[in-house]
Design a protein around this ligand. Sequence first.
Ligand SMILES: Nc1ncnc2c1ncn2[C@@H]1O[C@H](COP(=O)(O)OP(=O)(O)OP(=O)(O)O)[C@@H](O)[C@H]1O
Ligand SMILES: [Mg+2]
Length: 375
Amino acid sequence: MRTMSDFNADPWHFHRRELAERTVLALTKGPTKALTLFAPRRKGKTEFLRKDLTPAAEKEGHVVVYISFWDPLEPLALLVDALEQAVARKTITGKAGAAVRRITPKLKLSAKLPGTGAGGEIDLSQIPPETRTSLVAHVDTLLGRLEKPKRKTILLLDEVQELARRERDEGLVAALRTSLDVRSDGLSTVFTGSSREGLRTMFSASKAPFFHFGSQFDLEPLGDEFVDHLIARVLELNGTALDREVAIEAYRSLGRSPYHFRALIEDIVLRPDLSIEDALVAYRRRLAAKQGYDTFWLGLKPLHRALLGALATEYPPFGAEASAMIESETGKEPAKSTVQRALASLADQGIIDRWDGDWRFADDELRIWLSAERV
Ligand SMILES: Nc1ncnc2c1ncn2[C@@H]1O[C@H](COP(=O)(O)OP(=O)(O)OP(=O)(O)O)[C@@H](O)[C@H]1O
Ligand SMILES: [Mg+2]
């Protein structure tokens, strides 16, 4: 069956076909009802879900529902809208994979709920509190209609840690967990997140709503084959043969971020006279200016600056080297509790994230910029 995803083929996309097929198999035929996929920002999670996993699942006849919670709209609205569409699609068989669309403020629900307007219509941009409970129950009804043991439905819940942010969504999260538990024969789920701490609060902290629900795996960075793929596309496009070694070095120096490497390649395509090295220098400058790293850095407290400097150099935050760096910035040898408080504050600001017991930069590009320019 030809699906929408085939028509949207992106020649610059480097497929992770094997991983996608393995994941679909595990979710539909294996014992796994849910998987949690982690990778830092801009490492290709969404691309993997949309351009690899979705077509691989649709090829096998499964229905895929994608929801990104990285959206200013309420999670409840996003869920109801996506599930209503999927239910509609599932009954008109064969028309899988509709393109992502903006939510229409007025959605006609497939059932009349208490508290909704005439004809079961609801304004998703403003859910009245009295309608919440019935909408949460409606989510379960919709999931029930999507549950089919043979042609499974796979829910892709992107940036799922955002669901755990607001107290008012606690009821939704608990109900979702129960629904997915009960319906695991015909429904499976892939959760993704770019914050380890965020995912921990959802999946592994002792009071986590999805405590040990399914297994976790890390999306590995794309290997050097990704660079080969882009080199081949550039050659096809304008006949420029890029130096493989230099390109690979550039990719690694950009923290193996497919996002930044593609942006660099775009620059090179626009200015073929530029060498990869020069394009890289220019790109880094532009990026630092755009992200406002300079301003950000200057605005930090000296203690925080020194601590980030230590982390960028890969010194353990409580070690002697970090302590010396802090002392030279602040003039005082830091107490352990001071370092602890500073780490917590940097984590609260989303600058660092805990990962396998270590503190790391949430934005790897900031770490690269710091180690190249500041430390
Ligand atoms: N497999 C790939 N092939 C080609 N380009 C890719 C691939 N994966 C990612 N990219 C590039 O990297 C960019 C970022 O990828 P994506 O949005 O999937 O990352 P993410 O991990 O979901 O990030 P975020 O946490 O910010 O949502 C894409 O817009 C695309 O340009
Ligand atoms: Mg994403």
